[in-house]
Design a binder for this molecule. Structure first.
Ligand code: 25A
Ligand code: L14
Length: 341
């Protein structure tokens, strides 16, 4: 792609994920000839620091993509539904962080450590998976290759930053209100999140699961390219600012011992094993925040079945769960000369 211009835009640049996308492009020295920040009219004119200077936020409209080759979207599903097709018609490739396009059979859903080859089939839009799915599949894929996963039972402990800036602010405010003997006010979430847990992320569906839970089921099968993997999820919001944690129970066809799993995962790309119970070493969101790797620990046998493992998986939901994964997708698109519609 060198010798060619690569003009990049971030849509939703002022949001929790958008800001992290700009930071990631800068930190990884993404080979862009120019970077533009786009958001709604509310944010137009704001300045965002970038590479020692400032980007002025521009209002997104139908014409925004005419001078862009690649756009990273994180401005909510509605914005993606409306603007991604417009971008593609203007010749701009879209990496979309919303749930709008993920299950479209024409749209690759990619975690670069797991299914980079799916990118070759793109028709302009590439979807970035849900944060909880991403950190789980980087750990599941090498185990699936080693012993074929039959079934997964996952429970998540998800940070408020996944919902965006407003939710981060809401938890901060509630903590302050409670220390001042005031009633905590809830707007973003249905109940107080400070000092609480909510077994409710995204909307409830007809089967009484939440949409977040069903995203984990369907996205995992699509990314792993195996619809025979059975998965059931319970997704829970916890009072943590940054970093999602997951308890993952895996049943495999072929037995994988905890010692074998540690060796397999130690070699897995993007994964770091932190597992020494005697020394109190295990992954935690306070350590994963700001990091690029997915951390796994508490690896032990599920003694209730023949071939079962329990794992504890933690990653920064704004980085590997969103911005970093999107930038890694963009990097593979550049390396493989796929930035064209
Ligand atoms: O599509 P989904 O899956 O349903 O996801 C919906 C929301 O989830 C977040 C993202 O929020 C999105 O809006 N999100 C999506 N995928 C995610 C993932 N994988 C994810 N979060 C985590 N992981 P967000 O806060 O990160 O980003 C919102 C950005 O979208 C811009 N935007 C919205 N509508 C737009 C649009 N841009 C263009 N056109 C549109 N029609 C939005 O711009 C923001 O950049 P903005 O101008 O509305 O930003 C407002 C500014 O004001 C700040 N702010 C907002 N509320 C408060 C606040 N500051 C202080 N206190 C507040 N209460 C914001 O920080 C921003 O700077
Ligand atoms: O589907 O509120 O990517 O934590 C990610 C974060 C939906 C909501 C997605 C949250 C979202 C979510």
């Amino acid at each position: 792609m060198h010798a060619k211009q690569l003009r990049v835009g971030v849509v939703g640049a002022t949001g929790a994920v958008g800001r992290e996308m700009l930071k990631t492009l800068e930190q990884r020295e993404f080979p862009a000839t120019s970077v533009r920040a786009l958001a709604s009219s509310r944010s137009a004119g704001q300045e965002i620091p970038f590479k020692g200077g400032q980007l002025i936020v521009e209002e997104l409209d139908e014409n925004s993509f005419q001078e862009l080759d690649l756009a990273l979207f994180s401005a909510g599903g509605g914005t993606s539904e409306k603007y991604a097709p417009i971008a593609v018609r203007s010749g701009c490739v879209v990496v979309d962080n919303s749930s709008a396009w993920r299950m479209d059979p024409e749209v690759p859903l990619v975690v670069p450590e797991v299914n980079p080859d799916d990118l070759a089939k793109h028709k302009g839009i590439i979807a970035n998976p849900n944060c909880s799915t991403i950190q789980m599949v980087v750990v599941l894929k090498p185990l699936h290759d080693a012993g074929r996963i039959k079934r997964v039972v996952v429970s998540t402990y998800q940070a408020v930053s996944g919902t965006g800036q407003k939710a981060i602010k809401e938890m901060e405010t509630q903590v302050r209100q409670m220390f001042n003997m005031q009633e905590p006010e809830a707007e973003v979430y249905p109940y107080q999140i400070a000092f609480n847990c909510l077994p409710h992320i995204d909307v409830f569906l007809d089967n009484d699961y939440t949409k977040e839970e069903m995203k984990m089921v369907l996205e995992t099968q699509k990314i792993m390219g195996d619809e025979t993997i059975r998965l059931t999820a319970t997704t829970v919001r916890v009072p943590v600012f940054f970093g999602h944690s997951e308890s993952v129970n895996v049943e495999t066809e072929k037995k994988i011992t905890p010692a074998e799993a540690r060796v397999i995962l130690a070699q897995a790309p993007g994964v770091q094993v932190l597992d020494n119970p005697k020394e109190k070493i295990y992954p935690m969101p306070i350590h994963a925040a700001g990091e690029d790797l997915t951390f796994v620990g508490r690896i032990r046998e599920d003694e209730s079945i023949a071939n079962g493992l329990n794992l504890w998986v933690v990653a920064d939901n704004l980085r590997k769960g969103a911005a970093l994964n999107a930038v890694q997708i963009a990097e593979v698109l550049v390396e493989r000369d796929l930035v064209r519609v």
